[in-house]
Design a protein. Sequence first.
Length: 417
Amino acid sequence: MNRPGSVGFVVLLILALVAGVSGPITMADTGSAAPSATEPTSMETRPAEMAAPSDGSLLVAQEAQNFDNTTFEITVHENASATWTFRYKRSFANEDNATAARENFERFAEELEANETDLYDRFTNQSRTLTEIGTQKTGREMEATNFRRSAQVEERFTATGASNQSTATGIVEMSFTWKGFAAVEPDRIVVGDVFENIPLASNQAIVIEAGGDLTFRSIEPDDGQYAGTSIEEADSVQWNGQREFIDGRPRAVFDRPGALGGGEAGLLATMSGIGLGWYLVGALLLIGIAIAAVVWYRRHGPGADGTADAASDSVDESATPSAAADANAGSPAESELLTDEELMTDEDRVVTLIRENGGRMKQVKIVEETGWSKSKVSMLLSDMEDDGTISKLRVGRENIISLEGFEPEATKSPFEE
């Protein structure tokens, strides 16, 4: 297998590409003039130019936005795909004119979510190119799907004496699903073979998250930050800049749910390789035939009589209720293994939560109640809106999520009695 050199390079290329959101922010508005030289702009910009390898497969030259911090979140799933989320944050408190900066960002956010902007088109095209090169270099089939984008202003209130201080932050998120991202082995899933010499700036971080029922087995480098006393208990691991990773790093190894341990898996793989599995099947068939022959001989062979048959039938009948009782006794215990909530899908949990809160909720409240990440809730609600399960209404800086029949009027507060 070839080394994925170009894959690592293209990862860096996309990291630079999606940072360049200043173009849509400063574009002309049909309803107002573009900002003048004396007006404060929401973001400073700096040139970012990267060229692809000598084969000329990629070339990007554009303006990159100077965000306060950037996070590249990779959620690995049980099927070896991964959801890549690029998250950029900028605090308006650092601006000379915070009000103008916020208004400028809100116009950009509305445009990004409503239209297929040049920025979003570049993001989707480069993501597809990335997976194509990954397929060539690793030999695994890869594909980029499920593209999402969002931009919003998040406001936090901090108690300062007798009053609350408000801090507003502009957040841009773009995401896609990378199918075939991780390598699958008999008892584990491994992430890292597509990375090569990735540098992180001081305000950047990479987060690898265990999705579904995956659990971490090991990570490299081992200085990643996580919650809990051991890596096996962690839900995610974060590496912060400023640093540069060596080839194949960061690397994360996950235990596959329901997979056998390494020794058992290796033994079964060896048996399969030399054909012992068929010998095992044959042995089981021979045992079954032998048992059937013994039963027939006892019933119909020399010395068999009606008394023996009656005794045999009596034993069978007396054993049957006991076996049935044992089987029934085990049923309640098995039924208690899974609760109703554990059997519910994410969509069902959200619908139930909204219904318990009167048919409508704020999106931020759903994040708090479920304990899920904001990006997961945002993508889940977008899918549910596409399916017609819920509806969204943006009121000021809030998203109001409603079930059918509980939609608020757009002209008043959705929680106004």
